[in-house]
Design a protein around this ligand. Sequence first.
Ligand SMILES: [Zn+2]
Ligand SMILES: [Zn+2]
Length: 436
Amino acid sequence: MKFHKIYAALLFISPIACAKTLDLNLDKTMPAIEKFYLDLHQSPELSYHEQQTGQKIARQLKQIGFDVTSNIGGFGVVGIYENGDGPTVMIRTDTDGLPIIEQTGKSYASNVTITNDEGATVGVMHGCGHDIHMSSFIGTAQQLVQHKDSWQGTLMMVAQPAEEVGGGAKAMLKEGLFSKFPTPDHVIALHVSASVPAGKVSMKNEYTMASVDSVDITVKGKGGHGAYPHTTIDPVVIASRIVLALQTVTSRELSPLEPSVITVGSIHGGSKHNVISDEVKLQLTLRSYNPEVRLQQIAAIKRISQGIALSAGLDKSLMPEVYVHEDESIPSTYNNPEQTNIVRNAISSAIGKDNVLETQAVMAGEDFGLYGRTEQNIPITLFWLGGVEKSQYIAAQKSGQTLPSLHSSKFAPDYKVALPTGIKAMSNAAVALFNN
Ligand SMILES: [Zn+2]
Ligand SMILES: [Zn+2]
C-alpha cells in the first residue's frame, strides 16, 4: 500500500505529469512577428531561389541567440541552441513560394513578378502559406529561448527550401543535416490548413500525407498520312488505350484497402489534323501510402504500356519508354503515433481540447516525410494549423461553397489568429518532447 502511495507521488512529480503549459507573453511579441509575416508575404521567392528569405530567417535566429549555418542544401538554414543535457528536437519550416499571381485583394498582397526559365513573366505568391510557417517558426524560437528554464536539450531550427519541388529536404539531408549537426531525437513541423478554421489545429497518427512520384511515358508509333491509317501504327490510339487501361490499376489490381492514385495529367502528341505522328508523351502523378503499393503501381504502368504497344503490332524496338523521376520522388509522411500523441496532448493543454481536431489523411505530398526515412529512423510529426478566417468558414459551411484551397491565388490565411495559435502549439509541443 505504502509503496503504491510513494510510487503515485513520484509519478505526480515526474516531468510528464508536471509538464504544464508555457505561460507565453505573446501580446508583446506579436506585432513584430506580424510585421515579419507581412514582409515575407510581400517578398516571396520561388523554389531554389530562396536566398533573401533564407537570410531573413538566419538574421532572426542569430538575434534570438542561435548558432546559425546558412546555405545548407541550397538556401537552407540551420539554427542550433544548446541548453544543457537532453534530447535534440528539430522544428522544420519550409521557405519557398509558388508561381501564382495573388488575387486575394488584400492590401498586403504580393506584387512580385519574375521572368521564369522559359522567358515568361509570372507572379510569385506564398500560396501554400510557407510565410505562416516561417513566422510562427521564428515566434516559436523566441518563446523557447525565453522559456529555456522549462526544457533541457538542443533545439534545432531548420528552414528548408524547395519544398514545392520535392528537392529541399533531400538536398539538406545529403549535405549532412543529420551528421554535421546534432542528430534529432524528434522532428516536428506544422502546415497551414485551408480547410480548418484559424485558432484550431488538426492531426492524425500514422500515414498523414502520400508519397509522390512523377512518371513520363513516351509512346512510340509509325507515323504517316492521316488518310492512310492502315500504313501506320498510330501512337495517339495506343496512348489513349494506355490512359484508359491505367484506370484499372487502382480499381482492379490493388487492394481496395490501400489508397492509390494514378493521374495522367498531361498528354501531348501530333502536330496537324492529317498527320499521324511518331510519338505521344504522357505525364503522370502517382500517390500512395504504402511503399509496396508504389512499386506495384510502377510495375503495372510498365507492363500495361508494353502490353498495349505489343497488341498494336509494334516492334520490340518501339516499346513505350517509362521513366520514373526518382530524383523527385517523395515518400509518404508517417506520423509516429507515440510522438504524435505527446504532441497532441501538449497542444490540447495549450490551446484547449476542443481546438484540436482529428483529421483524415490526404493524397497531397510533402518532402517532410523524408526526415523520418533516414537510417536513423527518427520519429516525425506534422500537424495542420487552421488558417481559415472564422466568418469565411461559417459562411462556406452554410452555403456549401468550397473554400480557396492551398495553392489557390485566393488563399488568404487569417494570420492574426493563426500565428499565435501556431506559436503556442509548436512551443508547447517542443517542450513536451524535451521533457518526455
Ligand atoms: Zn504547397
Ligand atoms: Zn506547403
